[in-house]
Design a protein. Structure first.
Length: 350
Protein backbone atom coordinates (compact mmCIF):
# COMPACT_ATOMS: atom_id res chain seq x y z
CA UNK A 1 0.00 0.00 0.00
CA UNK A 2 1.09 3.59 -0.40
CA UNK A 3 3.03 4.85 2.59
CA UNK A 4 3.13 8.54 3.35
CA UNK A 5 6.06 9.48 5.54
CA UNK A 6 5.53 11.66 8.51
CA UNK A 7 5.10 15.21 8.31
CA UNK A 8 3.26 18.04 10.68
CA UNK A 9 1.83 18.48 15.79
CA UNK A 10 -0.66 18.72 21.36
CA UNK A 11 -1.04 16.61 24.02
CA UNK A 12 -2.82 18.12 26.98
CA UNK A 13 -1.43 15.75 29.57
CA UNK A 14 1.46 17.23 31.53
CA UNK A 15 3.10 13.81 31.62
CA UNK A 16 3.82 13.90 27.91
CA UNK A 17 6.28 16.12 26.00
CA UNK A 18 4.62 19.09 24.32
CA UNK A 19 6.06 19.67 20.88
CA UNK A 20 3.61 22.19 19.46
CA UNK A 21 1.10 24.38 21.26
CA UNK A 22 -2.57 24.21 20.32
CA UNK A 23 -4.76 27.16 19.49
CA UNK A 24 -7.32 28.48 21.97
CA UNK A 25 -10.66 26.69 21.90
CA UNK A 26 -12.97 28.55 19.50
CA UNK A 27 -16.67 29.13 19.83
CA UNK A 28 -18.64 25.91 19.46
CA UNK A 29 -21.00 27.75 17.08
CA UNK A 30 -18.38 27.95 14.33
CA UNK A 31 -18.22 25.16 11.76
CA UNK A 32 -14.98 25.75 9.90
CA UNK A 33 -14.36 23.55 6.84
CA UNK A 34 -10.88 22.19 6.36
CA UNK A 35 -8.74 19.07 6.43
CA UNK A 36 -6.96 17.26 9.23
CA UNK A 37 -3.94 15.24 8.14
CA UNK A 38 -3.10 12.46 10.61
CA UNK A 39 0.29 10.79 10.20
CA UNK A 40 1.72 8.09 12.39
CA UNK A 41 4.27 5.31 12.50
CA UNK A 42 3.94 1.73 13.71
CA UNK A 43 7.21 -0.10 14.17
CA UNK A 44 6.80 -2.81 16.81
CA UNK A 45 4.35 -5.71 17.19
CA UNK A 46 1.73 -5.44 19.90
CA UNK A 47 2.74 -8.85 21.27
CA UNK A 48 0.22 -10.96 19.40
CA UNK A 49 0.84 -14.27 17.68
CA UNK A 50 -0.05 -13.00 14.20
CA UNK A 51 2.71 -10.38 13.98
CA UNK A 52 3.80 -8.84 11.71
CA UNK A 53 0.27 -9.05 10.37
CA UNK A 54 -1.94 -6.49 12.09
CA UNK A 55 -5.39 -4.95 11.93
CA UNK A 56 -5.86 -1.27 12.50
CA UNK A 57 -8.45 1.50 12.94
CA UNK A 58 -8.30 5.29 13.22
CA UNK A 59 -11.36 7.26 14.31
CA UNK A 60 -12.54 10.68 15.52
CA UNK A 61 -14.48 11.28 18.75
CA UNK A 62 -15.64 14.50 20.35
CA UNK A 63 -14.36 15.66 23.75
CA UNK A 64 -17.13 13.69 25.48
CA UNK A 65 -16.11 10.42 23.83
CA UNK A 66 -18.95 10.36 21.29
CA UNK A 67 -18.12 8.59 18.03
CA UNK A 68 -17.85 11.00 15.10
CA UNK A 69 -16.28 9.16 12.18
CA UNK A 70 -13.97 6.32 11.17
CA UNK A 71 -11.04 7.60 9.11
CA UNK A 72 -9.27 4.35 8.28
CA UNK A 73 -10.10 0.71 8.75
CA UNK A 74 -7.89 -2.20 7.78
CA UNK A 75 -9.10 -5.85 7.78
CA UNK A 76 -12.86 -5.52 7.69
CA UNK A 77 -13.40 -9.27 8.17
CA UNK A 78 -11.61 -9.13 11.52
CA UNK A 79 -12.94 -5.72 12.58
CA UNK A 80 -14.43 -7.12 15.78
CA UNK A 81 -10.94 -7.71 17.16
CA UNK A 82 -10.34 -3.96 17.35
CA UNK A 83 -12.33 -4.01 20.54
CA UNK A 84 -12.59 -0.28 21.33
CA UNK A 85 -13.32 0.68 17.74
CA UNK A 86 -15.93 -2.07 17.41
CA UNK A 87 -17.73 -0.78 20.52
CA UNK A 88 -17.51 2.88 19.51
CA UNK A 89 -18.62 2.32 15.92
CA UNK A 90 -21.28 -0.30 16.68
CA UNK A 91 -24.04 -0.20 14.07
CA UNK A 92 -22.20 2.34 11.94
CA UNK A 93 -20.46 0.06 9.45
CA UNK A 94 -22.50 1.57 6.60
CA UNK A 95 -21.47 5.08 7.65
CA UNK A 96 -17.75 4.54 7.16
CA UNK A 97 -16.42 7.10 4.69
CA UNK A 98 -12.84 5.90 4.89
CA UNK A 99 -10.17 3.94 3.13
CA UNK A 100 -10.48 0.28 4.04
CA UNK A 101 -8.28 -2.65 3.30
CA UNK A 102 -7.13 -6.13 4.14
CA UNK A 103 -4.95 -7.14 7.03
CA UNK A 104 -1.68 -5.24 7.01
CA UNK A 105 1.34 -7.47 6.63
CA UNK A 106 4.02 -5.11 7.93
CA UNK A 107 4.62 -2.03 10.05
CA UNK A 108 5.35 1.38 8.64
CA UNK A 109 4.10 4.95 8.31
CA UNK A 110 0.54 5.86 7.36
CA UNK A 111 -1.68 8.85 6.66
CA UNK A 112 -5.36 9.33 7.47
CA UNK A 113 -7.44 12.35 6.43
CA UNK A 114 -10.50 13.99 8.03
CA UNK A 115 -12.60 16.65 6.31
CA UNK A 116 -14.21 17.91 9.53
CA UNK A 117 -17.50 16.06 9.01
CA UNK A 118 -19.29 13.31 10.89
CA UNK A 119 -20.24 9.92 9.46
CA UNK A 120 -23.33 11.42 7.80
CA UNK A 121 -21.20 14.00 5.99
CA UNK A 122 -22.36 16.96 8.12
CA UNK A 123 -19.72 19.51 9.11
CA UNK A 124 -19.16 19.34 12.87
CA UNK A 125 -18.78 22.38 15.18
CA UNK A 126 -15.35 23.78 15.97
CA UNK A 127 -13.97 22.70 19.33
CA UNK A 128 -12.05 19.89 21.00
CA UNK A 129 -11.85 16.43 19.44
CA UNK A 130 -9.80 13.26 19.91
CA UNK A 131 -8.13 11.04 17.32
CA UNK A 132 -8.02 7.45 18.56
CA UNK A 133 -5.75 4.73 17.17
CA UNK A 134 -6.06 1.00 17.75
CA UNK A 135 -3.90 -1.86 16.41
CA UNK A 136 -3.74 -5.52 17.28
CA UNK A 137 -2.05 -8.63 15.89
CA UNK A 138 -4.09 -11.11 17.93
CA UNK A 139 -7.69 -11.81 18.86
CA UNK A 140 -9.41 -9.18 20.98
CA UNK A 141 -9.68 -11.38 24.07
CA UNK A 142 -5.87 -11.66 24.22
CA UNK A 143 -5.60 -7.94 25.06
CA UNK A 144 -2.64 -7.42 22.71
CA UNK A 145 -3.08 -3.84 21.52
CA UNK A 146 -1.36 -0.62 20.59
CA UNK A 147 -3.65 2.28 21.46
CA UNK A 148 -3.28 6.04 21.49
CA UNK A 149 -5.59 9.02 21.98
CA UNK A 150 -4.48 12.44 20.75
CA UNK A 151 -6.61 15.52 21.56
CA UNK A 152 -6.66 18.43 19.12
CA UNK A 153 -8.72 21.55 18.49
CA UNK A 154 -10.68 22.11 15.28
CA UNK A 155 -10.57 25.87 14.76
CA UNK A 156 -10.58 28.63 12.17
CA UNK A 157 -6.78 28.85 12.50
CA UNK A 158 -4.14 26.30 11.43
CA UNK A 159 -3.39 23.93 14.30
CA UNK A 160 -0.40 21.59 14.31
CA UNK A 161 0.14 18.89 16.93
CA UNK A 162 2.85 16.31 17.43
CA UNK A 163 4.16 13.60 19.72
CA UNK A 164 7.35 11.56 19.36
CA UNK A 165 5.58 8.51 20.75
CA UNK A 166 2.40 7.33 22.47
CA UNK A 167 0.75 3.97 23.08
CA UNK A 168 3.03 1.97 20.79
CA UNK A 169 2.96 4.53 17.97
CA UNK A 170 5.83 6.80 16.95
CA UNK A 171 5.99 10.26 15.41
CA UNK A 172 2.28 11.04 15.62
CA UNK A 173 1.61 14.28 13.78
CA UNK A 174 -1.69 16.06 13.23
CA UNK A 175 -2.18 19.13 11.04
CA UNK A 176 -5.49 20.97 10.79
CA UNK A 177 -5.65 23.32 7.80
CA UNK A 178 -8.87 25.38 7.65
CA UNK A 179 -10.45 26.25 4.33
CA UNK A 180 -12.04 24.43 1.44
CA UNK A 181 -10.95 20.81 1.29
CA UNK A 182 -10.32 20.88 -2.45
CA UNK A 183 -6.75 21.53 -3.51
CA UNK A 184 -6.06 25.18 -4.39
CA UNK A 185 -5.92 25.80 -8.12
CA UNK A 186 -2.92 27.78 -9.32
CA UNK A 187 -3.45 30.72 -11.65
CA UNK A 188 -2.64 30.32 -15.31
CA UNK A 189 0.63 32.27 -15.14
CA UNK A 190 2.00 29.55 -12.84
CA UNK A 191 3.77 32.07 -10.62
CA UNK A 192 1.11 33.35 -8.22
CA UNK A 193 -0.50 31.14 -5.62
CA UNK A 194 -2.62 31.76 -2.55
CA UNK A 195 -0.95 34.11 -0.13
CA UNK A 196 -3.14 33.61 2.92
CA UNK A 197 -1.48 31.94 5.95
CA UNK A 198 -1.46 28.19 5.39
CA UNK A 199 1.80 26.87 6.82
CA UNK A 200 2.78 23.32 5.81
CA UNK A 201 5.02 21.06 7.90
CA UNK A 202 5.99 17.64 6.58
CA UNK A 203 8.82 15.24 5.73
CA UNK A 204 10.55 15.39 2.38
CA UNK A 205 9.40 11.85 1.54
CA UNK A 206 5.85 13.25 1.35
CA UNK A 207 6.69 16.23 -0.85
CA UNK A 208 4.86 14.67 -3.81
CA UNK A 209 1.59 15.38 -2.00
CA UNK A 210 1.95 19.07 -2.85
CA UNK A 211 1.97 18.77 -6.61
CA UNK A 212 -1.16 20.97 -6.80
CA UNK A 213 1.01 24.01 -6.16
CA UNK A 214 2.90 25.96 -8.80
CA UNK A 215 5.75 24.61 -10.85
CA UNK A 216 8.22 26.75 -8.91
CA UNK A 217 7.24 25.24 -5.56
CA UNK A 218 7.36 21.74 -7.04
CA UNK A 219 10.85 22.50 -8.33
CA UNK A 220 11.89 23.88 -4.94
CA UNK A 221 10.78 20.74 -3.11
CA UNK A 222 12.45 18.54 -5.71
CA UNK A 223 15.77 20.23 -4.97
CA UNK A 224 15.72 18.67 -1.52
CA UNK A 225 16.15 15.23 -3.09
CA UNK A 226 19.31 16.21 -4.95
CA UNK A 227 22.64 15.24 -3.38
CA UNK A 228 24.31 18.28 -4.90
CA UNK A 229 21.91 20.49 -2.96
CA UNK A 230 22.06 18.53 0.29
CA UNK A 231 25.87 18.56 0.17
CA UNK A 232 26.24 22.13 -1.09
CA UNK A 233 28.69 24.39 0.76
CA UNK A 234 27.51 27.14 3.05
CA UNK A 235 26.19 30.23 1.33
CA UNK A 236 23.75 31.28 -1.37
CA UNK A 237 23.21 29.20 -4.53
CA UNK A 238 21.13 30.34 -7.52
CA UNK A 239 18.88 27.85 -9.30
CA UNK A 240 16.84 30.12 -11.56
CA UNK A 241 18.40 33.51 -10.95
CA UNK A 242 16.38 35.43 -8.37
CA UNK A 243 13.23 33.38 -9.05
CA UNK A 244 14.49 30.30 -7.19
CA UNK A 245 17.61 30.14 -5.05
CA UNK A 246 18.67 28.49 -1.82
CA UNK A 247 21.05 29.11 1.02
CA UNK A 248 22.87 26.64 3.24
CA UNK A 249 23.65 27.66 6.81
CA UNK A 250 24.94 26.16 10.06
CA UNK A 251 24.34 27.78 13.43
CA UNK A 252 23.61 27.27 17.11
CA UNK A 253 19.94 27.46 18.01
CA UNK A 254 19.03 30.14 20.55
CA UNK A 255 16.45 30.45 23.38
CA UNK A 256 12.90 30.73 22.10
CA UNK A 257 12.06 33.90 24.03
CA UNK A 258 15.00 35.76 22.51
CA UNK A 259 13.66 35.48 18.96
CA UNK A 260 11.70 37.87 16.77
CA UNK A 261 9.00 36.74 14.31
CA UNK A 262 9.71 37.69 10.70
CA UNK A 263 7.69 37.89 7.48
CA UNK A 264 8.48 38.21 3.79
CA UNK A 265 6.40 39.73 1.02
CA UNK A 266 8.16 38.73 -2.20
CA UNK A 267 9.37 35.23 -1.39
CA UNK A 268 7.95 31.98 -0.06
CA UNK A 269 10.26 30.04 2.29
CA UNK A 270 10.90 26.29 2.21
CA UNK A 271 13.04 25.56 5.27
CA UNK A 272 14.60 22.08 5.45
CA UNK A 273 16.60 20.53 8.31
CA UNK A 274 19.66 18.57 7.17
CA UNK A 275 20.97 17.84 10.68
CA UNK A 276 20.13 18.86 14.22
CA UNK A 277 16.76 19.72 15.78
CA UNK A 278 15.19 23.15 15.69
CA UNK A 279 12.10 24.86 17.06
CA UNK A 280 10.38 27.44 14.86
CA UNK A 281 7.79 29.82 16.28
CA UNK A 282 4.61 30.27 14.26
CA UNK A 283 1.79 32.77 14.71
CA UNK A 284 -0.98 34.62 12.85
CA UNK A 285 -0.01 38.13 11.82
CA UNK A 286 -2.89 39.71 13.71
CA UNK A 287 -1.83 41.11 17.07
CA UNK A 288 1.92 41.22 16.39
CA UNK A 289 3.68 44.55 16.92
CA UNK A 290 6.18 45.73 14.30
CA UNK A 291 9.72 45.87 15.66
CA UNK A 292 11.54 46.61 12.40
CA UNK A 293 9.54 47.84 9.37
CA UNK A 294 9.62 45.98 6.09
CA UNK A 295 12.89 46.28 4.18
CA UNK A 296 12.11 46.00 0.47
CA UNK A 297 15.73 45.21 -0.47
CA UNK A 298 16.06 42.39 2.03
CA UNK A 299 12.39 41.35 1.79
CA UNK A 300 11.95 41.09 5.54
CA UNK A 301 10.09 42.69 8.43
CA UNK A 302 10.52 41.86 12.12
CA UNK A 303 7.99 41.85 14.94
CA UNK A 304 8.26 41.85 18.70
CA UNK A 305 8.31 38.48 20.42
CA UNK A 306 4.78 37.42 21.40
CA UNK A 307 4.29 34.82 24.16
CA UNK A 308 2.00 31.97 23.19
CA UNK A 309 3.34 31.38 19.69
CA UNK A 310 2.92 27.83 18.39
CA UNK A 311 6.14 25.80 18.37
CA UNK A 312 7.05 23.67 15.37
CA UNK A 313 9.69 21.02 16.08
CA UNK A 314 11.76 20.13 13.01
CA UNK A 315 14.13 17.18 12.86
CA UNK A 316 16.36 15.97 9.99
CA UNK A 317 14.35 15.27 6.85
CA UNK A 318 11.52 17.64 7.77
CA UNK A 319 10.58 20.80 5.92
CA UNK A 320 8.21 23.69 6.54
CA UNK A 321 6.66 26.06 4.00
CA UNK A 322 5.93 29.63 5.06
CA UNK A 323 3.87 31.77 2.71
CA UNK A 324 4.39 35.51 2.22
CA UNK A 325 3.19 37.58 5.18
CA UNK A 326 3.14 34.50 7.39
CA UNK A 327 5.08 35.16 10.64
CA UNK A 328 7.72 32.62 11.63
CA UNK A 329 10.58 32.66 14.13
CA UNK A 330 13.35 30.24 13.10
CA UNK A 331 16.60 29.10 14.72
CA UNK A 332 15.12 28.51 18.19
CA UNK A 333 16.32 25.83 20.62
CA UNK A 334 14.00 23.00 21.66
CA UNK A 335 15.55 22.54 25.11
CA UNK A 336 19.16 23.63 24.94
CA UNK A 337 21.27 25.12 22.11
CA UNK A 338 22.37 22.67 19.45
CA UNK A 339 24.03 22.86 16.04
CA UNK A 340 21.68 22.84 13.05
CA UNK A 341 22.43 22.61 9.36
CA UNK A 342 19.58 24.02 7.31
CA UNK A 343 18.69 24.66 3.68
CA UNK A 344 16.30 27.54 2.96
CA UNK A 345 14.81 27.64 -0.54
CA UNK A 346 13.39 30.99 -1.63
CA UNK A 347 10.58 31.03 -4.24
CA UNK A 348 9.71 34.38 -5.84
CA UNK A 349 5.95 34.94 -5.65
CA UNK A 350 5.66 37.95 -8.01
Amino acid sequence: MNKAILGWFLWVSASLPLTILAQDVPSAQLQTPGQLTVRFETTAPAGGKYANKNIHAVRVENADGKFIKTLDLWANKRAKHRALWAAAAAGRAKDIHARTGATLTAYGTYTSLWDGTDASGKLVPDGNYVIRFELTNDNADKNKFHRASIPFCKTSQPNVIGLPGEGGYNQILLSWQPGETKNPTPKSNDTSIRKDPNMILDQINSAQMYGQFTRRITQGLALLNEKSVLNAPLGKHEVQGQDIFFSVDEYQTKPFEEGRPETHQKYLDIQYIVSGTECIGFSPLEGLQVDQPYDNQKDIAFYKYAPGMSKLILKPGMFVIFWPNEPHMPCRAVDSPTTVRKIVIKILME
